[in-house]
Design a protein around this ligand. Sequence first.
Ligand SMILES: [Zn+2]
Ligand SMILES: [Zn+2]
Length: 124
Amino acid sequence: MPRKTKQKDSILRVVRETDSHPTALWVYEQVRKEIPNISLGTVYRNLKLLKWEGKISELALAGALSRFDGRVPGHYHFRCEKCGHVFDVDQPVQNELNQRLIAKTGFKVSYHILEFRGLCPRCQ
Ligand SMILES: [Zn+2]
Ligand SMILES: [Zn+2]
């Protein structure tokens, strides 16, 4: 397998095998166990690439460190304000919200992001 493909494959596997919504740094630390000479820059580049290919998604919200998610298509999240952990929320994505906005404003909506905030059971 070409080196580049191998790097990309292990990055994708690491992101998909966890439900912790890892940061790029965490992914880098895991992949490094397998490919010791990989650089953080390579991990960043591949994460962006995988995102553009629609294989993973990026949870980027103002003021928060970017996290990656191997669970696509879209679902909602809950972010704990104390420990920072991001959980998947078992709530159907409300696509009708997009339709409502389109009808009202004429914006061309691609998708929407919804994140609940509060305290997880461990932090309460
Ligand atoms: Zn918490
Ligand atoms: Zn998720």
